[in-house]
Design a protein around this ligand. Structure first.
Ligand SMILES: [Fe+2]
Length: 249
């Protein structure tokens, strides 16, 4: 597979480019609004064609560039079927693989961060969205989050993958890029080792995290497959502005 891990610094999001060497078809997993020109440039530089964007869930911390990418290059928009967004082209369900040229990507329903959240399994890699992070996990205190469901998704489904499966999360806030199922299964401080369900639920309930500053704009924007709201206050404008270094379109 042709592969790139792309970083968007405002929301500390990793976007993944997965391409088929045989056909030149490529997808982007969790592309972020301010980085859409950078992402298309990378695809172009690699001689690939973007055929689909996939969002693992309805994000609260950034707006997807799915609609802009569709407008620019005609890529289809894939989202979890359970979200049933009318703007989407492909509705992901577990058990129905996404085909990217000769590559097969298996959607895995991993609720808990949000109720409809999906991870994606591609060969020896798993893209875990905001379910499993490196040494952490997504929060479960808003947007239909449920720590009991997340416990089951991570320990029951993700940790059941082969130990040498590479773990690529949707975020890291400390520059870590990749882990493995075996490492997280053994060492993840929230969900690894012999952590019990009760302990995990208590730990998540006591995190006392601040209310996400962009959520009130991000969620409706993402339910429209990536529309920036009008009248965004100045201090949030960066979420919808092309990132520094991007070619201006
Ligand atoms: Fe999220």
């Amino acid at each position: 597979m042709i592969f790139r891990q792309l970083f968007e610094p405002i929301s500390s999001t990793y976007t993944y480019l997965i391409g088929c060497p045989a056909t030149g078809e490529a997808i982007l997993v969790d592309p972020v609004m301010p980085a859409w020109q950078r992402d298309l440039q990378v695809i172009n530089d690699l001689g690939l064609k973007l055929v689909m964007s996939v969002d693992t869930h309805i994000h609260a911390d950034h707006i997807t560039s799915a609609s802009i990418l569709r407008r620019e290059v005609g890529s289809r928009i894939a989202i979890p079927a359970l979200d049933a967004l009318p703007c989407a082209d492909v509705l992901m369900v577990e058990g129905v693989p996404l085909q990217v040229g000769a590559l097969r990507i298996d959607p895995m329903h991993t609720p808990g961060h949000t109720d409809n959240h999906f991870s994606l399994v591609a060969g020896d890699r798993v893209f875990t969205g905001d379910a499993l992070l490196i040494d952490g996990c997504g929060r479960t205190d808003f947007q239909s989050g449920d720590s009991g469901l997340l416990y089951e998704s991570v320990r029951g489904k993700l940790f059941a993958l082969p130990g040498d499966t590479l773990v690529y999360p949707a975020h890291d806030y400390q520059g870590r890029r990749v882990s493995s199922i075996a490492q997280e299964r053994e060492r993840n401080p929230r969900l690894g080792g012999d952590r019990s369900l009760e302990d995990f639920q208590k730990l998540m309930a006591e995190l006392d995290l601040p209310y996400p500053k962009f959520i009130n704009h991000a969620v409706p924007g993402n339910k429209a497959c990536g529309v920036c709201p009008d009248g965004l206050p100045d201090h949030l404008a960066q979420y919808c502005t092309a990132m520094a270094g991007s070619p201006q379109g």
